[in-house]
Design a protein around this ligand. Structure first.
Ligand SMILES: *[C@@H]1O[C@H](CO)[C@@H](O)[C@H](O)[C@H]1NC(C)=O
Ligand SMILES: *[C@@H]1O[C@H](CO)[C@@H](O)[C@H](O)[C@H]1NC(C)=O
Length: 511
């Protein structure tokens, strides 16, 4: 009995045990299934991170991982190209050779003397025009006198800034150039002529009749004396030869400029040259006082009233700014470059004279881009000695560094900005970003009022706004429609801002 009972008890215990084991097995199976499902779910979730709804099998999904990384990689690469690369300009090259009809310059005893006016770049383009004018008039050009009276008050002579011997030699076939008038001719009466602005070939042919009565014609001004358009190809190419080849800077300037470019490259490889035209004369001239104190605004107004050759005296700063006629402030430039996608580690060379308001006014640019470089920090005091008190010579250093930069950004469209942009187009459409100041002001004002914030959506707007303002190939803009008479010329794009197509050719066309 005891056994029987015992056996029963044993049987029932076994039954209990096997039931228990079965439930454990089911439990484990459920656990494993749950675990597997979770695993698959997690792995799918991870792969679907790029937003794609896939129906493909898991094997294919797992193979997509490296592909996904490639996409990321090429996005980074594309972004790099968008920020630093040269705008598409395949097969274009500089072309400045004269045509087969072009005849070598002959000796003449008619002389053209010139006093070049304005800052460095106004003088450079003016001199290049005068080379072309001397050619049209069959005159010998005497090395121009440089402006010593402009705002910059620079006492430099032609030979201090330019390589004079090279200038004379390289124009040999085009125009005879002499250092000074031959002895005896200096003292005879000269004709003094203010040539009309943006004049045509016919105008100068007419003017050359003056040589019947005078052996020397003196031009007291050289800026914008020659039309941008409708000139023979040989004259346009001569302007390019003069500006890009003959008007080389003097050896000390060229050599220091080259050294400074190398120094910038060795720091980071790439750099932006920022022409930050936030200088006293520019702010006073344009009447732009946005963000300035009452005392500063007054100082700028008084300066404007005192400079006799600045004709416009009464300026409403708000209206001026809304029209896009003010240079961007350092803070605005900082926001602009960040929204374009330049990382805060970007090296930025400040091509400018003294910034109005000094380093305090640069704080909001420096907080976004701490790697700001000035010529004073890039070069030693000894290296800069002899340059610093000559505005045109330091401007020449800025010019070289700006032309050679990976990206050039002018905060205002003055003579320097135009000349550098044109030179960069000539050398292969290097990236020049021209801020659309009128539309940017609207963006900055919205930011100021807190209606938008600096972020990816603002970035998209600003990038879109500047898609076609990066220095890619395009024809020179003609006059603004509706503008009549001589004022038309003022609205044309300057020849030197965009020497395409005359001096930039595609591989197929003749050079
Ligand atoms: C300049 O010289 C050329 C060749 O000698 C001549 O054909 C042309 O008419 C001259 N131009 C002027 C403006 O004197
Ligand atoms: C300047 O122009 C703005 C906008 O047109 C106007 O609101 C403001 O009153 C003007 N300021 C002066 C001093 O005339």
């Amino acid at each position: 009995m005891v056994n029987g009972r015992g056996a029963f008890q044993f049987h029932s215990r076994r039954a209990k045990l096997s039931r228990k084991l079965r439930s454990i097995a089911i439990y484990l199976a459920l656990l494993v299934t749950f675990f597997l499902f979770t695993l698959i779910y997690i792995s799918r979730k991870g792969l679907e991170g790029d937003g794609q709804q896939g129906t493909a099998s898991d094997e294919i999904r797992s193979e997509r991982v490296p592909e996904h990384e490639d996409v990321l990689h090429s996005e980074v690469h594309m972004k790099d190209q968008q920020l630093w690369g040269t705008p598409f300009s395949f097969g274009l090259h500089p072309c400045v050779k004269s045509t087969s009809k072009y005849k070598a310059a002959q000796e003449t005893d008619r002389y053209l003397t010139v006093r070049s006016n304005g800052g460095l770049n106004q003088m450079r383009t003016g001199i290049s025009d005068m080379v072309a004018v001397a050619r049209i008039m069959n005159a010998t050009l005497i090395i121009p006198q440089l402006d010593r009276r402009s705002f910059w008050k620079d006492s430099s002579s032609f030979a201090d800034i330019f390589d004079e011997a090279h200038f004379i030699k390289s124009l040999e076939g085009d125009v005879r150039v002499m250092k000074e008038l031959p002895v005896g001719i200096e003292s005879i009466p000269h004709a003094r002529r203010h040539f009309g602005s943006w004049s045509s070939m016919g105008y100068y042919e007419e003017m050359s009749h003056l040589f019947k009565d005078y052996q020397v014609i003196h031009a007291p001004k050289s800026d914008s004396r020659l039309a941008n358009n409708d000139l023979p190809l040989d004259i346009q190419r001569l302007r390019c030869r003069a500006l890009y080849h003959a008007l080389r800077f003097s050896p000390p300037i060229e050599s220091l400029g080259k050294k400074l470019v190398e120094r910038l490259r060795s720091r980071n490889g790439q750099y932006i040259a920022l022409h930050l035209r936030y200088e006293k004369d520019m702010l006073s001239f344009t009447g732009c006082t946005y963000g300035l104190t009452k005392a500063e605004s007054d100082e700028l107004r008084i300066m404007r009233e005192r400079v006799s050759h600045w004709k416009v005296k009464k300026i409403n700063s708000t209206e001026q700014r809304n029209e896009g006629s003010c240079p961007l402030t350092p803070k605005e430039v900082g926001i602009f470059l960040r929204t374009l996608g330049y990382p805060s580690s970007t090296l930025i060379y400040i091509a400018a004279g003294e910034i109005y308001g000094g380093s305090a006014r640069l704080l909001e640019l420096a907080s976004r881009f701490p790697n700001l470089i000035f010529k004073e920090t890039l070069a030693s005091t000894e290296e800069l000695e002899g340059f610093m008190d000559h505005a045109s010579q330091t401007a020449a250093l800025d010019y070289i560094i700006s032309v050679q930069s990976d990206v050039f950004v002018p905060s205002y469209s003055g003579n320097m900005a135009r000349a550098v942009e044109g030179h960069r187009r000539f050398l292969g459409h290097r990236r020049t970003i021209s801020p659309d100041r009128r539309r940017l002001v609207e963006v900055f004002d919205k930011l100021e009022r807190g209606e938008i914030s600096e972020g990816s959506s603002l970035s998209r707007i600003v990038r879109k706004m500047h898609e076609n303002r990066q220095g890619a190939k395009r024809k020179r803009r003609t006059a603004t429609p509706g503008v009549k008479g001589r004022a038309r010329f003022r609205t044309e794009e300057s020849f030197y801002e965009n020497p395409y197509p005359e001096c930039i050719c595609s591989t197929k066309s003749q050079s």
